[in-house]
Design a protein around this ligand. Structure first.
Ligand code: HSE
Length: 420
């Protein structure tokens, strides 16, 4: 029998206990041994919980218990779980975590500490979707050309409702919180940080890149307006928060931001709280993964898959997929050089010559306008909604600054990248 100690018995921890019992027959047959949750750590011992394991509020009760074989870390946060996971690994206990923020910051240190001790984290990215397994094992013969993922269910739920039902941002954020999709601090969701944590984990497995959230472009969905939504609808685009990794020669672009994607693309059809990840390998071509990215049972499904894997193998594959460093030494790309199409929204005065000035500023930076819609907001003011042909990111940034400096616009225009 393999004995499990769960640190953090909340929604996911409770589901882990429940599924280990309910699906005991198939889990035991697949693992070759019974996997049993025996104890758990909680902050508040007086809160009633739907589990029959022994509970404590002292993490050392699990770390110092020699009968516990595997520690499941479900605490959330970064530094506290780092200490706990480090201690567990140092004591030779295998660890399974669902903690994406922990891995976004400490995955390389933890890989070193773990050595040959199993350390698994399938549930940390896209919940129940086995995307770590796919990248680390199933696609390991490929150079990964790109990864495009909808990896935050809260944002996807919000954007889907805004597009399909015209619900306003604040109302829909509240609903996502009530439904339990959002992080304790929803800024992590709407600010793009949660998706960035997940992207960084995938980028290490795909490219061996050791980057932190501070090193990459992260934009959230906080500034999306109803005008942007109506532009998307008018031009048959879907609006998604994507985590994007793309390899260009020796460089890798890593970025998280809202994206307009043609409705015909598969990833555009991933709606509501669901997650979806498209991975293109140089040999396999495009592969697509879809499923629940959050929720107790879906996340616990991934946690238990790792437990079964550890039971079978005793030790896992190299934690981040590489047994030795990649010789090409891929580097993070400078995003000023990326080229894509752009959507721009700017509020201007509705009078003769304004449009000509906007076009002149964009034209001087080699930015060619593809479509343009003008919507009158209040008398004498207008919203210009433009899309461009393929342009350079630095040229767009410079043009937007010049629009502000020349006082053609009052505020920095909103810019959303178009990926098609
Ligand atoms: N807050 C996250 C989401 C939970 O909305 O996807 C799963 O990581």
């Amino acid at each position: 029998m393999l004995k499990i100690g769960i640190i953090g018995v909340g929604t996911v921890g409770t589901s882990v206990c429940k599924i280990l019992e309910e699906n005991k027959d198939i889990i035991t047959a697949r693992a070759g041994v019974e996997i049993k949750a025996v104890s758990g750590v909680v902050n508040n011992l007086s809160k009633k919980r739907d589990v029959s394991i022994k509970l404590t509020d002292n993490v050392d009760d699990i770390l110092n218990d020699d009968s516990i074989d595997i520690v499941v870390e479900l605490m959330g946060g970064v530094e506290k779980p780092y200490d706990v996971v480090k201690k567990a690994l140092e004591k030779g206990k295998a660890v399974v975590t669902a903690n994406k923020a922990l891995l976004a910051y400490h995955r390389y240190e933890l890989q070193n500490i773990a050595g040959d001790t199993a350390f698994e984290y399938e549930a940390a990215v896209a919940g129940g979707i086995p995307i770590i397994n796919a990248l680390r094992d199933g696609l390991s013969a490929n150079h990964i050309v790109s990864i495009k993922g909808i990896m935050n269910g809260t944002c996807n739920y919000m954007l889907t409702k805004m597009i399909n039902e015209g619900v306003e941002y604040e109302a829909i954020l509240k609903e996502a919180q009530e439904l339990g999709y959002a992080e304790a601090d929803p800024t992590f969701d709407v600010g793009g940080f949660d998706a960035a944590h997940k992207l960084l984990i995938l980028a290490s497995i795909a490219y061996g890149i050791d980057a932190k959230p501070e090193d990459i472009l992260i934009e959230g969905i906080e500034n999306i307006s109803s005008e942007d939504i109506s532009f998307a609808k008018e031009f048959d685009y879907s609006l998604k928060l994507l985590g994007i990794a793309k390899m260009n020669n020796e460089e890798v672009e890593l970025r998280v931001h809202p994206v307009l994607i043609p409705n015909s693309e598969m990833i555009a059809k991933v709606d509501g709280v669901m997650n979806g990840v498209s991975v293109i390998g140089d040999k396999v071509g495009e592969t697509m993964y879809y499923g629940a990215g959050a929720g107790g049972d879906a996340t616990a499904s991934a946690v238990i898959a790792n437990l079964i894997d550890i039971a079978r193998a005793g030790k896992s594959s190299p934690m981040l997929g590489f047994k030795k460093p990649l010789e090409s030494g891929l580097k993070l790309a400078n995003l000023d050089n990326i080229q894509t199409k752009y959507y721009l929204r700017m509020e201007v005065e509705d009078k003769t010559g304004v449009l000509a000035k906007v076009a002149a500023i964009l034209g001087a930076k080699n930015i060619s306008i593809k479509t343009m819609v003008q919507k009158t907001s209040v008398e004498g003011r207008a919203n210009l909604l433009l899309s461009t042909h393929r342009s350079k990111e630095l040229d767009i940034k410079n043009a937007l600054e010049e629009l502000v400096q020349s006082k053609v616009v009052d505020n920095l225009p909103t810019m959303i990248r178009i990926e098609d």
